[in-house]
Design a protein around this ligand. Structure first.
Ligand SMILES: Nc1ncnc2c1ncn2[C@@H]1O[C@H](COP(=O)(O)OP(=O)(O)OP(=O)(O)O)[C@@H](O)[C@H]1O
Ligand SMILES: [Mg+2]
Length: 254
């Protein structure tokens, strides 16, 4: 990895009709951190994530992952560059077992399709076994090992979020974007999800996280970026952000 921030966004803008959803945003995410992105409804947080993940083309600006410029790349090449984004609403294959959902997440990874072609059938089978082993290990990491054989559609909302995280991890990303991972998740599972994210960060993973729960954001994030009406209005350590008058005024409400 090159020196400097893992993710660097410069002068990013995106308008929908007359709405400047993201307005000249510049920000950085450093490797090995949980960086929080907060702001009121409609601030442009999800739009910014969608641009970074290659789902929307920006009107202006640059996005760098490591030493590589990724703005303008289609989503699958952004994934190939090492950036994964989970969905605000989980998108599992309902009728397939949890295990297969995890395996497919790795298989969907660009390059996977070449494996059997390049390696031949015997090695491809070994690779298959490797993927299953990796999927079981990853499900264990998020506490879903016991549900590996259950149809993904039978999971609770919170368990589906855990599966989303496992699916993201299967692609060995360098950066994971989480858009409100705890929304609609019961407090017990939400707490577990946050503990897992914390543990993964200690193991070297990097997270960029949109979250409305201020207690979670303040206690778990290394740095926080605040958006309001498309613009970045503040950033810093949790304590700095919490006491920033501009933030108090426009978001935290005093
Ligand atoms: N695909 C779209 N087409 C038109 N307008 C959009 C689109 N996506 C977002 N917007 C608008 O852009 C602005 C920013 O929306 P965005 O979803 O990024 O906000 P957010 O910060 O994620 O809000 P929330 O906290 O409610 O999820 C809003 O005014 C929204 O209505
Ligand atoms: Mg959003």
């Amino acid at each position: 990895m090159t020196e400097g921030p893992l993710l660097r966004v410069r002068g990013l803008s995106k308008a929908f009709g007359g709405i400047r959803a993201v307005d000249a945003c510049s920000l950085e995410v450093h490797a090995g951190t949980i960086t929080g992105l907060i702001g009121p409804n409609g601030a442009g947080k999800s739009t910014l994530f969608n641009i970074v993940a290659g789902l929307y083309a920006p009107d202006e600006g640059e996005i760098w992952l490591g030493g590589r410029r990724i703005d303008g790349l289609p989503p699958h090449l952004v994934v190939a560059a090492g950036l994964m984004k989970t969905w605000q609403v989980p998108r599992e294959f309902r009728n397939l077992p949890v295990l297969d959902n995890a395996i497919l997440a790795a298989r969907g990874h660009p390059g996977e399709g070449l494996v059997s072609l390049l390696l031949g059938p015997r090695a491809a089978m070994r690779h298959e076994a490797f993927l299953e082993e990796k999927a079981r290990r990853t499900l264990g990491l998020v506490g879903l090992a016991e549900l590996a054989e259950a149809p993904a559609g039978s999971l609770s909302g919170g368990q589906k979020k855990l599966l989303e995280l496992a699916r993201a991890l299967m692609a060995d990303p360098v950066l994971i974007l989480l858009d409100e991972p705890m929304a609609g998740v019961n407090p017990v599972l939400a707490g577990r999800l946050m503990e897992i994210i914390d543990r993964l960060r200690r193991e070297g993973h990097t997270f960029f996280l949109i979250e409305h729960d201020m207690e979670v954001v303040m206690s778990r994030c290394d740095r926080i970026i605040v958006m309001h009406e498309g613009r970045k209005i503040a950033e810093g350590l949790p304590l700095e952000v919490r006491t920033n008058p501009v933030v108090l005024d426009s978001y935290l409400g005093g």
